[in-house]
Each structure stands twice: as structure tokens, then as C-alpha cells.
Design a protein around this ligand. Structure first.
Ligand SMILES: Nc1ncnc2c1ncn2[C@@H]1O[C@H](COP(=O)(O)OP(=O)(O)OP(=O)(O)O)[C@@H](O)[C@H]1O
Length: 257
């Protein structure tokens, strides 16, 4: 019998005010897999993330994590079940330090998403702080961990957000446009870090427009267009697929020319 996928979507559908933005989407993400969710602007990628993490309820279909249906669980319970994510726009606590932001991620491990809203003054210092500092260092972040996040450059803040999500030790790490706004060196470094995380066992689901980055990080892609899955397979397969080229990658290649 094939191993149970870590994440399984089937028939997932969502409409906003009569407009169906995700239609009958299904895919499996095996444990340890690195799946890229790609497609043109407005294709429904972030909405799929929001449906998996529980920001919105699904209208139809099912989402399973580790074989258990999670579609009807509140976001906090999904965090406890092992899902962590980053957002398209950075959502760090700007007035806290880098290490304190990562500690909030560690706290979410035990307490769920609501922990991100609680004061951290009470949190145990020693061991957790050391672990948070180690995570920042492992991510190749050469910063003073005590630096207030608002004072740090954008590329660094983006990476701290990934580290914070990782600090929850999720089974599934979902990253929404992690490379957006990064320079080529930062992008390459982030790809290296994500491959390392994946090699250590974390399953990745990544929404990203930088196809070079997706190619570096992901072992498979699902392509969405107008809320529907139009392709699933390798990046090379996606590049060669006529439907995908017409919907997305052709335009991307023309933009790059
Ligand atoms: N809360 C909402 N209410 C109404 N419409 C929404 C809502 N969230 C998303 N949409 C619509 O759903 C569609 C899909 O949006 P979504 O953000 O999921 O696309 P995307 O593929 O992530 O795009 P991008 O690459 O630009 O981030 C868009 O038409 C968007 O306007």
C-alpha cells in the first residue's frame, strides 16, 4: 500500500460572493515532499493556502493532514496539528527583536496560532532563546539576534519570518512568495536553507513566482489557472506543457526576454 500523504486535498472549492476562485482542486503532498504551487496572478494560490491554514472555510471538498480531516478545524487547531506558514506581506512583530520573533514561533508549537498575539515577557529565557538563536544562525542570518526587527533590511526580515514559522517545528511548512523582494544572493541563500530544512524532514508547500527559485527548491509543481489545477508534475514537465505555457510560463518567458 502506498504511504499516506502528509497533505491531501480533494475537490477543494471556494467562492467569494458568487465568484468561484478555487474549483475542484486536488493534490497529494507526500511526507518530505517539496511542492511548488504556481500560476498567474489571481489564479487562487494564496486562497488555497488560506483554505489549508483555515483562514477561510472551504465550500466543498476535503483537506487531510496525516490522514485526518482538518477542513473543519479552526486555524489554531491546524497549527497544533503541525501546519505553519509565512505570509506574502511580512507579519513579524516589528518592535520585538529577531530572536523574540522566533521565540513566538516556538511558543506557537505548544499553544497554537493565538500564541502569536500573547506577550512574551513570561516565556522561559535560557533554552528557548538559545534554540531560537541557533535557528537564526542555521538560516545563515548574520545578525545580532537582539536587534529590533523594524531596524533590519527587508530581505533579512523575510528570512526571519521563515525561521519563525520553522520554529514551530511544523510537519508542513507553507511559504507564500518567500523570495519576493529578495536580491539574487538572498534568493539563492534562502533556496539553500529551504533545501536543508527539507532534507531534515520538513515538508514544504511553496507559492512563488520566481521559477528559478521553484526549480531549485521544489521537486514537483501544481499549476493553477482561474482556480483550477491545469498541471501537476515536474518543473521541466510544466515548462514543456502547452496549456501551462499559454496560461503562465509562456508569458513569464516573454516578460524575461
Ligand atoms: N477574501 C476575498 N474576498 C473576495 N475575493 C477574494 C478574496 N481573497 C481572494 N479573492 C479573489 O480570489 C482570486 C484569487 O486570489 P488569490 O490571492 O488566491 O490569487 P493568487 O494566485 O495568490 O494571486 P497572486 O499571485 O497575485 O498572489 C482573486 O480574484 C482575488 O481577488
Amino acid at each position: 500500500m502506498p504511504a499516506e500523504p502528509l497533505l491531501a486535498l480533494s475537490g477543494v472549492t471556494k467562492a467569494f460572493g458568487g465568484l468561484t476562485v478555487v474549483q475542484d482542486v486536488g493534490f497529494d503532498l507526500p511526507r518530505g515532499g517539496r511542492l511548488g504551487l504556481i500560476g498567474p496572478n489571481g489564479a487562487g494560490k494564496t486562497t488555497v493556502f488560506n483554505l489549508i491554514s483555515g483562514v477561510y472555510p472551504i465550500d466543498a471538498g476535503e483537506i487531510r493532514l496525516d490522514g485526518q480531516p482538518i477542513s473543519r478545524l479552526p486555524p489554531r487547531a491546524r497549527v497544533r496539528a503541525g501546519i505553519a506558514r509565512s505570509f506574502q506581506n511580512i507579519r513579524l512583530m516589528p518592535h520585538l527583536s529577531a530572536v523574540e520573533n522566533v521565540m513566538l514561533g516556538q511558543h506557537a508549537r505548544a499553544a497554537g496560532l493565538g500564541a502569536l498575539l500573547t506577550p512574551i515577557a513570561w516565556m522561559p529565557r535560557g533554552r528557548w532563546r538559545r534554540e531560537a538563536e541557533e535557528l537564526l544562525a542555521a538560516a545563515g542570518l548574520d545578525i545580532d539576534p537582539g536587534e529590533v526587527v523594524a531596524n533590519l533590511p527587508y530581505g533579512i526580515r523575510k528570512k526571519i519570518e521563515v525561521v519563525r514559522a520553522l520554529a514551530a517545528r511544523p510537519k508542513l511548512l507553507m511559504l507564500d512568495e518567500p523570495a519576493a523582494g529578495l536580491n539574487p544572493a538572498e534568493t539563492a541563500e534562502l533556496a539553500r536553507f529551504l533545501r536543508e530544512i527539507a532534507a531534515a524532514g520538513t515538508t514544504l508547500l511553496v507559492v512563488e513566482h520566481d521559477m528559478g527559485f521553484v526549480n531549485e527548491v521544489c521537486d514537483r509543481v501544481v499549476v493553477l489557472n482561474f482556480g483550477r489545477k491545469i498541471f501537476e508534475g515536474s518543473m521541466a514537465g510544466a515548462r514543456a506543457d502547452t496549456t501551462v505555457r499559454e496560461a503562465y510560463l509562456g508569458a513569464e518567458a516573454a516578460d524575461a526576454a
